[in-house]
Design a binder for this molecule. Structure first.
Ligand code: MN
Length: 421
């Protein structure tokens, strides 16, 4: 478990990159997330680390000898932590290497961010018991949670080809659906398009086929976390999902944010993993002292919406809800261990979605399905517009950050996408 706090987390550290010292920044010198960027007209993405409003080009700075993020991720925690310490030294105020590395800085405003790596296999989990209960209640009011929920981290295999970078548009999907009163299904554009507020957990070091990853080793296989929007067509979903689960209602697009916040950067924001009184303890393979003590992560999550009407009026995005990954029913380590208990091999660049992160309170649903009770109670926005589900022109932005007294705030940047007809 990555819990050790060292001099790279010192809240007193400041950087000679001035913008990194802004108290509101997502990327102070204590964060140092990894991503891939290119200038306009460049075909090739390069690996960079964010610092304030700048990016360190790692190959140009001769800090990495590869431009293949997946190769670097595969090397696991030792290579990553060594680079973190080296960057922290070079970027801090008073560093003797300032002038050497200055030439390798690229302004964020001058580049396009891609996906942080080549995404391999993609699995989506369902770790928020509040989301599972809210959704289950709409379909099975008498028994919202299925009997396996508190024992098995529920997941399904998704599709990687349609995982897209933040900022790319989402074309409204067409598909088959059937309204309750219709005799037969019809095909057409989804009328109940939704977002899902999730974290993406990206695998670094792989495991061999046939070799399960024990819980205490699980986090050594995680490179970092990003924000993930698992766009969903609810009308397609409700018609297609039985008996094998999600299919075309999900695989038309999923948006991943550009920066991978490493497990090292998240070390100060660990929290105990707790189950409500009366709930079963996890089976032994999903239980360990370290996971109980600090397996959870305190990550504040938010969904923001800007409609085309708001954009045309110059109105900034409006926050729709807030939740926290601390409330997840399973930890990231438990997801890795459960995924490999049967011997399944994970590879560098594989992506695990956390599932929609809803909080325990009303108004903390991580999807419109929950916030509007399946469209029955549309949200009234500040400018008077109503939303049951997403309209063309709507931009959805996911945001996330960690904050704790005695530490610098660490954030994830935006995960944004706009619906087009
Ligand atoms: Mn999902």
């Amino acid at each position: 478990m990555t819990t050790s706090v060292d001099d790279t987390h010192d809240p007193a550290l400041s950087s000679w990159v001035e913008s990194a010292n802004d108290p509101g920044t997502d990327v102070p010198i204590q964060n140092l997330p990894f991503g891939r960027f290119r200038r306009a007209g460049e075909a090739r993405y390069r690996i960079g680390v964010a610092i304030g409003d700048q990016i360190v080009d790692l190959e140009h700075a001769r800090l990495l000898s590869t431009d293949d993020m997946n190769d670097f991720m595969r090397a696991g925690a030792p290579a990553r932590t060594a680079l973190r310490h080296s960057l922290s030294q070079r970027l801090r105020d008073g560093s003797a290497q300032q002038s050497a590395i200055q030439a390798s800085l690229v302004p964020m405003a001058a580049v396009e961010m891609g996906l942080p790596c080549r995404i391999g296999d993609y699995t989506d989990f369902y770790t928020s018991i509040h989301h599972a209960t809210n959704v289950g209640r709409q379909f099975r009011p008498e028994a919202p949670l299925l009997p396996n929920y508190k024992w098995v981290p529920i997941g399904y295999h998704g599709r990687a080809s349609s995982i897209i970078a933040s900022g790319e548009s989402i074309r409204r999907p067409r598909g088959q659906s059937k309204r309750p009163d219709d005799e037969t299904p019809h095909v057409g554009p989804s009328a109940r398009l939704d977002y899902e507020l999730e974290l993406g957990i990206v695998v670094g070091a792989p495991n061999a086929l046939g070799e399960p990853i024990p819980l205490d080793d699980a986090e050594a296989h995680i490179f970092g976390l990003a924000l993930f929007n698992d766009w969903t067509a609810r009308d397609l979903q409700v018609w297609e999902y039985q008996p094998l689960g999600p299919f075309l209602s999900k695989n038309f697009a999923s948006t991943l944010s550009p920066w991978l916040v490493t497990m090292e950067a998240l070390a100060p924001f660990r929290a105990p993993f707790r189950r409500p009184a009366g709930d079963p303890s996890p089976l032994p393979y999903l239980d360990a002292a370290a996971n109980r003590a600090a397996g959870a992560l305190d990550i504040a999550l938010e969904v923001w919406l800007q409609t085309s009407t708001m954009r045309n009026a110059g109105t900034p995005p409006q926050r729709l809800m807030q939740s926290n990954f601390r409330d997840s029913y399973w930890t990231v380590a438990q997801l890795i261990t459960h995924h490999t208990i049967n011997g399944c091999n994970l590879r560098a660049g594989d992506l695990l979605g956390s599932g929609t992160q809803s909080g325990p309170e009303p108004g903390q649903g991580g999807s419109l399905l929950e916030l509007t009770l399946g469209g029955k109670q549309p949200l009234q926005l500040a400018d008077g517009e109503m939303r049951g589900f997403l309209e063309d022109g709507d931009t959805v932005i996911l945001r996330g950050h960690c904050a704790r007294a005695g530490f610098r705030r660490v954030g994830f940047g935006d995960c944004a996408g706009t619906i087009v007809a």
